[in-house]
Design a protein around this ligand. Structure first.
Ligand SMILES: Cc1ncc(COP(=O)(O)O)c(C=O)c1O
Length: 400
């Protein structure tokens, strides 16, 4: 079946929630995807920062195959060895003492919002202590609570009334954050680097100042590391880069190498607010996804992926800056940490992405004018050079 046939069938049955490109990927390996017509693409989107080990990494494939043949699913009414092992691994690698598992980033953030509210009410005895401060241009998911937490009108439009209790302040503005805190506030929830909001990197000391504010006012700091966690910044967790520790952290996307998973991690004292009956998920942390996640996390740590990410991130950033210097009428700036890089443009990026597709390059534009580069962390120098070559050709075509 060729791509066109699949697209026609999709048009008949799939809800139109996505503005999908006419590309039908059917196979992946490393940084490459093949479509249903056999065309090969260099993938600098990686499932939107999901395939951090590249497509179909052999160790993740093996773990999934072995687990699928043994036990795919079992209820959270019972103990699940793979879930226990994954929680031990994540806690040993982070500030956290306990993990809750779910199936996506939005669900992980839902869990964090519920935990923050319950913990704060339990410990202060104040029923009004449920407010959460989040950032303008943030993205936390598509469920009602996470849409309410998200600081983007385009995500919230059509769905009001939103969940009560969220205040949005400009990202990277500590005075605005301080001014927004009141008797009602129980937590601050931030992405260490905003992803969907345009790859916005805060000042080096912003998160430290937020941490200080939280400590001063007895607020929980929730970091949404759904996009920037799992090695993308060259640290396993992005907050390590900024030298702070949150109270609650959420992860998803890259955690299980492409298998659907989310997790919320917290310190013991906070985690204790969740007791039987307060939260749950049928699929959350099932044996299959946890086996995939264990293989993914171990590979990131054992195969030196973090050092590679830092090295390749520096290289990619340098090459993009050099490209920007050649095309100042197109490129405004380049920013990022590790392999989470945004290129701000003077023009909308949609055409550049489409031309990339024609030339076999998968890229993404976020916030209309920001090209986002989130390739697999296993990307090679030769693949970066190939991508830069394609992009140079496109910029030459679209240059005014
Ligand atoms: C920072 C952040 N949080 C939450 C989410 C939502 O994750 P999911 O789509 O898995 O629900 C995303 C997705 O892009 C994200 O980037």
């Amino acid at each position: 079946m060729n791509s066109q046939k699949w697209i026609e069938r999709s048009d008949n049955v799939i809800m139109k929630t996505y503005g999908r490109y006419p590309i039908v990927p059917v196979r992946g390996e490393g940084c490459r995807l093949w479509d249903a017509d056999g065309k090969v693409y260099l993938d600098f989107l990686a499932g939107v920062a999901v395939n951090n080990l590249g497509h179909c990494h052999p160790k993740v494939v093996k773990a999934i195959q072995e687990q699928a043949a043994t036990l795919i699913h079992c209820s959270n009414y019972y103990q699940i060895p793979q879930q226990i092992e994954l929680a031990e691994l994540l806690c040993s690698l982070s500030f956290a003492d306990r993990a809750f598992f779910c199936n996506s980033g939005a669900e992980a953030n839902e869990a964090a919002i519920k935990l923050a509210r319950k913990y704060s009410r339990d410990t202060t005895g104040e029923p009004d202590r449920y407010g959460i401060i989040t950032a303008a241009e943030s993205f936390h998911g598509r469920t009602m609570a996470t849409v309410s937490a998200t600081g983007q009108e385009k995500v919230q439009r059509f769905f009001d009334p939103l969940l009560h209790g969220f205040t949005h302040v400009p990202f990277n503005d500590i005075d605005a954050m301080a001014a927004a805190i009141n008797y009602n506030t129980c937590a601050v929830m931030l992405e260490p680097i905003q992803g969907e909001g345009g790859v916005n990197v805060p000042a080096a000391d912003y998160l430290q100042k937020v941490r200080e504010l939280c400590d001063k006012h007895n607020l929980l700091l929730i970091l949404d590391e759904v996009q920037v966690g799992m090695g993308r910044t060259g640290r396993l967790f992005a907050h390590e880069y900024f030298g702070i520790t949150p109270d609650i952290m959420t992860l998803a996307k890259a955690l299980a190498g492409g298998a659907p998973i989310g997790t919320m991690l917290a310190r013991e004292e906070i985690a204790a607010a969740f007791v039987p009956g307060t939260h749950g998920s049928t699929f959350g942390g099932n044996p299959l996804v946890c086996a995939a996640a264990i293989a993914t996390v171990r590979t990131i740590i054992e195969d030196g992926i973090l050092n590679r990410t830092e090295e390749m991130g520096d290289y990619l950033l340098g090459e993009l800056e050099a490209l920007g210097a050649k095309f100042p009428a197109i490129v405004k700036n380049v920013r990022g940490i590790g392999l989470m890089i945004g290129m701000g443009l003077h023009i909308p990026g949609g055409d550049i992405v489409k031309k990339g597709h024609e030339k076999g390059l998968l890229l993404n534009v976020t916030h209309d004018t920001v090209l986002r580069f989130v390739p697999p962390l296993t990307v090679t120098k030769a693949e970066v050079d190939e991508m830069i070559g394609i992009l140079t050709g496109i910029f030459a075509e679209v240059a005014p």
